[in-house]
Design a protein. Structure first.
Length: 372
């Protein structure tokens, strides 16, 4: 069901005039919301292949209420994720509901006055793309702003070996093309590189970016996989990570064509909270981003908070615990009470993650059950 929302989310009266910040002064403007922890792929570095969903899903209108309250506190970007978000029925209607919300703060951080209109939210989706071909156009029409498609190879055989789903590459490529045709471009492609698995795909992905007009983002592998009983190639180890320096070295040595000299050209960040270092080639064709949470952590300007499919807030991917926002809702919390709860939780956001440090403890949930 669609609802018309007040520009300020309708909960301004009891809110303080200050936007959501954590105890380190970081403004929290980005929300990642998982709408299911089911997934139709079993990517080798993410899932064991034996486990299914582990958490419940909420009615779509409860997610929308959570987002509305978050927006009233200063959230401006919402990324829908999972699990695989396109498995969730009601997603198009949800995007339409989110598209009616308006930001509650000005660019300088001050709160909008009653009657003043905010901006539409930046609504993004992260998907494996398997079901995107048919859903791209309705999602775009509902108000989706952009889409990120996860692809860990551009070689169909390697792709199917990683996803453990036959003919998945062709499906996903059709999804990317449908997203471009629906006006959701430039499409971002997320690729996680693992040593011994898909590092041969670095240059082919650069070619893919140039040929397909997509932004390719290489993401360093983080210790967020489902636990395996036996340590194997898919279990996180420092040596499995293909680090930013190595990717840059390879791409700097690569020559796109006989008329284009080798060498990357750095692009400026789009925003202070940008997680990717951005590059193009000397002819300006193609874009490569590198997200390096392991070798060059960016926690100092983290602007994110997450809500899991069962309605818990996670203040960091590597948090040791969740905060049960849905429980507060079920206990009858008013919008004002929930907003106060969110503010308290955000004050407990961790300073940084501790990947690779002695004593590092794996987080209390794995990526597929958090929402990446
Ligand atoms: N199913 C959707 C998809 O495939 O994009 C959304 C969920 S998936 C968990 C989100 C992203 O997290 C994907 O791009 C995936 O490659 C990435 N990811 C999963 N496990 C990861 C890990 N251990 N380290 C870094 N990225 C990871």
């Amino acid at each position: 069901m669609s609802t018309v929302f007040e520009p300020d989310g309708g909960v301004a009266s009891a809110q303080s005039a200050t936007r959501l910040r954590d105890s380190f002064g970081r403004a929290i403007t980005d929300l990642r919301l998982s709408v299911t922890d089911r997934c139709n792929y079993k990517c080798v570095y993410c899932r064991t292949g034996n486990e299914g969903a582990q958490y419940t899903e909420l009615p779509i209108e409860d997610y929308v209420r959570m987002v509305r309250i978050m927006v009233s506190l200063g959230i401006e970007k919402v990324r829908l994720t999972g699990g695989e978000p396109l498995l969730r029925s009601g997603l198009v209607e949800m995007v339409a509901d989110l598209a009616r919300l308006r930001t509650a703060y000005r660019a300088d951080g001050s709160r909008l006055e009653p009657g003043e209109h905010g901006e539409p939210l930046d609504i993004a989706l992260t998907t494996n793309g398997h079901l995107l071909e048919s859903q791209a156009a309705p999602l775009a029409a509902a108000g989706l702003s952009r889409v990120t498609v996860s692809m860990d190879a551009v070689d169909p055989e390697t792709f199917a070996r990683i996803t453990r789903v036959p003919r998945s590459y062709e499906r996903v490529l059709a999804g990317v093309h449908a997203a471009q045709a629906a006006g959701l471009g430039p499409v971002k492609i997320n690729c996680v590189l693992l040593r011994g698995f898909n590092e041969a795909q670095i240059e082919p992905f650069a070619e893919f970016s140039r040929r397909e007009g997509v932004i390719v983002r290489f993401i360093e592998f983080m210790p967020l996989e489902e636990p395996s009983a036996v340590p194997d190639a898919r279990t996180w180890k420092p040596e499995t990570v293909i680090r930013m320096d190595e990717i840059l070295g390879r791409l700097n040595a690569w020559r796109p064509s006989c008329s284009v000299p080798a060498g990357l050209v750095e692009l400026p960040p789009r925003a202070a909270s940008e997680t990717a270092k951005r590059y193009t080639f000397s002819d300006g064709v193609g874009e490569i981003g590198i997200v390096a949470p392991v070798s060059q952590p960016f926690c100092g300007h983290c602007s994110r908070v997450r809500i899991t499919s069962d309605g818990s807030i996670r203040t960091c991917l590597f948090s040791q615990s969740d905060h049960d926002l849905y429980g507060e809702m079920l206990r009858g919390g008013t919008d004002e009470q929930l907003a106060a709860y969110i503010r308290r939780v955000v004050m407990r956001k961790e300073a940084r993650h501790h990947i690779g440090e002695p004593g590092f403890e794996k987080p209390s949930r794995n990526m597929v059950h958090i929402g990446g």
